[in-house]
Design a protein around this ligand. Sequence first.
Ligand code: DC
Length: 219
Amino acid sequence: MTKKLLITIDGPAGAGKTTVSRELADRLGYRYIDTGALYRGVALAAQSRKTDPQNDAELEQLCSELKLDFIRNDMGLRLLSNGADISDLIRTPEITMLASAVSARPVVRHYLLELQRKLGEEKAAVFEGRDMGTVVFPDADIKFFLNASTRERAERRFNELKTNSSQTLDEVQRDIQQRDKNDSTRAVAPLKPAGDAIVIDSTDLTVSQVVERMLSHIE
Ligand code: DC
């Protein structure tokens, strides 16, 4: 394929977006951008500075002093926060919930909007998130919305977390339901498929089946 495309993949937590986006980007020779990591980066900074996630002035100050950057090294895609590699620190259940809280704040979304659009300028990228096709890249070349049943999403997340978490499957499912509610009912950029998105339900599909389906749409 010669034309460089900008592809977006939105959907709720645990729908398989990360694995699918990475594999799709690899197959196309494109960059993969995990925008959820950016919200997690803001959450980690808020936690370490004890910023009140409900206080817009404090959040604005925090964002103005925060420089988030992706790099690729032999460990894969890494997120730097003011130069420090925070990729492993942003995956705890606490940061997961705090990321959901800060992502509802317009000042945070505004700060990250610019950064994300800059990252998309060169195209040839797969952007994964919640509002990629609706808000950040309304003119994306191809938009996907990936979904799966709540139980299936909880099981996938549980299997991913198993080794470094003490949460039970039911607790993981409860967190997912809470996040779904936060993410889809917030006033700004709520989670929903773009009108022109291709919706794929991955409940009974393997990663390769989802990727093949996407590739056939892209072709
Ligand atoms: O995909 P994730 O679990 O790493 O995302 C973390 C949080 O960030 C999630 O609660 C929703 C939010 N988010 C968002 O609001 N918009 C995005 N484009 C990506 C993530």
